[in-house]
Write a protein that binds this ligand. Structure first.
Ligand code: SF4
Length: 338
């Protein structure tokens, strides 16, 4: 039988196990530090704890840290990693260096069941949720772990479809005994699952990014099936009325497709939907694959959109494509998986 993993446990959960054997919360924090801050994968190397505690842990746990099985380096410095769980589930994550900001984009599921038509991960199908430990492992097991400043949960999977594990992972990323990252440096992305968003906003302080695709429900339904059950207008209303903390960023990801969602009609509706709400817009180029008939909006059109949003008082930016040559860019994860 597979041993339980330490990765994915909180300091309190470690305490609950080691307390009855006479060890205290300081020991739990030392164990958590060794796992989360140092990425120590061998229990015998855990720092600042008695040998007897290591023996106790070794008899009952593995660290649960496992390295990627493959990696690919883009010519822009982006690195894509492939992970395989012990039961064979595959998932990818991406390390994106950018001056002083080093971001890891992690997966929350192996594949996805949301069926968005523009996304390669949807074509791979759904192969299971990732545990909180498997989500955190993507940050701490890579060679660049000590350089990571930001984490985005925007890889394979819909985070709100695996919310308990996502919330647990966010708490480990931000805890003092965990990775000690600021919630401002963590962004969870969603195509819009209303009950999940409500719970996420209530429980976590991390940022939220909503994939819009189109401000028109009929069009959005054709690309994002979640729109049928959870219309985005209701979600934007929820975000608009949410008491936004200065420390939390709510944003829209708007993937731009030529002549499909980049017209004046779309721009005008987008402005009226979120004007005055404080919600930011990230404009993203589209990455066509295979026999795709769609193409990305031109850089000029994206600049035009950004300019018009900004002069309407809406904060907007254009996100650079990273790792396109290794299928690591947005919407391309799982491109090589079977
Ligand atoms: S865009 Fe996100 S939610 Fe939609 S299929 Fe792809 S991974 Fe899933």
């Amino acid at each position: 039988m597979a041993m339980k993993s330490l990765i994915g446990l909180s300091a309190a959960e470690i305490s609950a196990f080691i307390g009855p054997a006479g060890f205290n919360i300081k020991h739990s924090v030392s164990v958590a530090h060794s796992i989360y801050k140092k990425g120590i994968s061998d229990i015998r190397l855990i720092e600042k704890v008695p040998e007897k505690l290591k023996e106790l842990l070794n008899e009952n746990f593995s660290t649960g840290i496992f390295p990627p099985v493959e990696s690919g380096l883009s010519n822009d410095g982006t690195i894509k990693y492939l992970f395989r769980t012990s039961d064979g589930r595959l998932f990818e994550s991406v390390f994106i260096p950018d001056n002083k900001r080093n971001t890891v984009c992690v997966s929350t599921q192996s594949g996805c069941r949301m069926g968005c038509s523009f996304c390669v991960t949807a074509r791979y199908g759904f192969h299971g949720n990732l545990s909180a430990g498997e989500i955190i492992n993507q940050v701490i097991s890579i060679p660049e772990a000590q350089k990571v400043t930001h984490v985005v949960l925007m890889g394979m999977g819909e985070p709100m479809d695996n919310l308990d594990n996502v919330l647990k992972a966010c708490s480990i990323l931000t805890a003092g005994w965990g990775l000690s990252l600021s919630p401002r440096n963590i962004t969870v992305s969603t195509v819009g699952i209303t009950p999940g968003i409500e719970k996420f906003l209530a429980v976590s302080k991390c940022n939220l990014a909503l994939s819009l695709f189109s401000p028109f429900s009929l069009e959005r339904k054709t690309m994002i099936p979640a729109e049928i059950k959870y219309p985005v207008k209701g979600i934007l209303e929820l975000l608009r009325n949410y008491p936004v903390s200065k420390n939390r960023r709510l944003s829209l990801a708007y993937v731009m497709l030529k002549n499909l969602n980049d017209t004046e009609r779309h721009l005008s509706e987008l402005k009226s939907l979120i004007g005055g709400s404080g919600i930011r817009v990230n404009l993203l180029p589209y990455h066509p694959t295979g026999n795709d008939l769609h193409s990305s909006s031109s850089p000029e059109r994206m600049i035009y959109f950004k300019h018009n949003l900004v002069i309407s008082g809406i904060s907007a930016s254009i996100r650079k494509s990273r790792g396109v040559d290794i299928s690591a860019a947005c919407g391309l994860l799982a491109a090589g998986l079977k």
